[in-house]
Design a binder for this molecule. Sequence first.
Ligand SMILES: [Cu+2]
Length: 158
Amino acid sequence: MSCTNALVGQTVVRRTDRRTFLKATGGIAVLALAGCTGGSEPAADTTVDVTLSDFKIALSDGSVSAGRIQFDITNDGPSLHELVVLKTEIMAGELPTDEDGAVDEEGAEGIELVDEVEDIEDDATATLTVDLEPGHYALICNLPSHYELGMFIDFTVT
Ligand SMILES: [Cu+2]
């Protein structure tokens, strides 16, 4: 039996469909876990709640210990949003932007893209699990103009 991580990693589930989703996958997940003897992703050390809205990002905890961090993301809308995790010494509100007001996630000096979840719809939830070493991070939404409208927050890993 293969070891399927049905409930780990990146999942995007509409909040309104969540009850149905869990009901539908619950049985499968139990079977998968029963057949797992190793090789599965380790559980997160820390969970941080992330709330996206027009136009800000709120965290349940702005500083956590290094390790496997699970971001439980909720988009309170009303717009589509995303969550981008950047490792950088630059303060979250001072990242360089191009003429479109977007942060260069992958080319800018001193900014390292860790991971991201795109296209989180209004009223939807998503999960992003990443291994983070100590340092300063910036969490942003990089949809056009959303960063400049205030969708950034500093995050520290100790
Ligand atoms: Cu946004």
